[in-house]
Design a protein around this ligand. Structure first.
Ligand SMILES: Nc1ncnc2c1ncn2[C@@H]1O[C@H](COP(=O)(O)OP(=O)(O)OP(=O)(O)O)[C@@H](O)[C@H]1O
Ligand SMILES: [Mg+2]
Length: 382
């Protein structure tokens, strides 16, 4: 098929999509679930992340984002923000789970109930025609197979998996219909995805566990070791969002600032509040950033001179939740000596899935990609 025709074909659709898509941040989702339902949908897209599950509904083109947490005691079931706020405060007979852990689906039954409840609460009337799912490469074969089964049980007639970086590139408005390399760095909660996208496909790809949650763990460790302060996962995550500023890593004259942190004093075992230097938070996460940089260098070392020249000219595209960290783009460009375009969004993948779903030509091209076929293979040939 003539690529230039494809491009013309989709221009109007893509513009319309970006105009109409409405974003709802995760903290407003519960209210949204109750007050602003999607009337009718027959095409759906989903990006199941370690921290947030994002949905796209067609034809309303609405995006919602729900935290990837569920809690149950066998009778009551909580999901999303409600379940996340229970962490650390739940009764002993209740378990709180994240849907994905280390690229593995924790509990299929819980995932099924979570998806079923959200779909039935948010959409008034649905004809579950097509579902397009963003796919993590490192998901185990068995997980992809079960996800496929779950989606089928939820009633979807046609289910497609496509590699996440391709959707992310489309969501960022990059023209993937041309032989031109775009290097994407998506730092999420459970994984960092480094993908080189060109001509509807992936030319190189890596997925590592050095990401948001690994940073939270290191923050917990360092506060315990260096300040005798014991904090939980949620406090660590909040601290990372509130106090992490990467300028400390490239500007030695940046004046120290402090942030108050509540926790348990590990000596006295009593509740306490301590003044934590922001540079200590940065010191905690630095090894995780170092790992990401080493993997990036390694991937760039192996790509063709033509593609690397595209990347050097245009720079890297940074996305995912961690792209919201202050001065992260300056830090990466300081370390790699390359331009970094910070997109400051964690919704590029779902936007891209939505745009692919709305464009017949893109949909056809991408779902018949070699990569998509490989994933299909993963499901049926095991
Ligand atoms: N303002 C912020 N500053 C720093 N980190 C942030 C900010 N907002 C969110 N994060 C972090 O980003 C991560 C979530 O990112 P994202 O929503 O892209 O992940 P995900 O897509 O659910 O996970 P994954 O892609 O790994 O499966 C979390 O670790 C969260 O703490
Ligand atoms: Mg993600």
């Amino acid at each position: 098929m003539d690529i230039s025709v494809d491009l013309e074909d989709r221009k109007g659709e893509v513009e319309a999509t970006s105009e109409v898509i409405s974003e709802i941040s995760s903290d407003k989702v519960d209210a949204f679930e109750i007050s602003q339902k999607v009337n009718f949908a027959y095409k759906f897209a989903v990006d199941i992340g370690h921290e947030n599950v994002r949905f796209f509904f067609y034809p309303s083109r609405r995006i919602i984002s729900v935290p990837s947490y569920a809690a149950t005691d066998g009778r009551k079931f909580f999901k999303g923000l409600e379940a996340k706020s229970i962490i650390g405060r739940h009764p002993s007979d209740m378990k709180v789970v994240t849907l994905l852990d280390n690229n593995t689906v924790k509990d299929y039954k819980i995932l099924y109930v979570y998806l079923r409840d959200i779909l039935s609460e948010v959409v008034n009337f649905r004809v579950p025609f097509t579902l397009l799912a963003g796919e993590l490469y490192s998901l185990k074969k068995v997980d992809v197979k079960f996800l496929y089964k779950i989606f089928k049980q939820l009633g979807f007639w046609k289910v497609f998996f496509i590699p996440q970086p391709i959707a992310t590139a489309v969501g960022l408005g990059l023209d993937i219909t041309k032989p031109h390399g775009y290097l994407l760095l998506d730092i999420g909660a459970g994984t960092t995805k480094i993908g080189l996208v060109t001509l509807y496909g992936l030319s190189a790809y890596k997925e590592i566990e050095a990401a948001g949650r690994a940073m939270d763990k290191r923050i917990i460790d360092i506060l315990y070791k260096e300040m005798s302060l014991s904090i939980g996962d949620r406090t660590a995550e909040e601290l990372k969002k509130r106090a992490l500023d990467l300028e400390y890593l490239y500007n030695p004259s940046k004046p120290e600032e402090y942030v108050m942190v509540k926790g348990i004093d590990s000596m006295s075992k009593l509740p306490t509040e301590k003044e934590v230097p922001k540079s200590l938070i940065v010191k905690a996460v630095e090894p995780v950033l170092y790992e990401i940089i080493e993997e990036l260098k390694d991937l760039m070392g192996g790509i063709s001179p033509e593609l690397i020249s595209d990347v050097l000219r245009e720079g890297i595209y940074l996305t995912g939740g961690l792209s919201l960290t202050p001065n992260i783009e300056e830090y990466f460009s300081y370390k790699l000596n390359i331009k970094v375009n910070n997109t400051r969004t964690d919704k590029a993948t779902i936007k891209g899935l939505g745009e692919i779903l709305c464009s017949k030509t893109l949909f056809k091209k991408i779902t018949t990609l070699r990569e998509a076929k490989d994933l299909f293979h993963k499901i049926y040939v095991s």
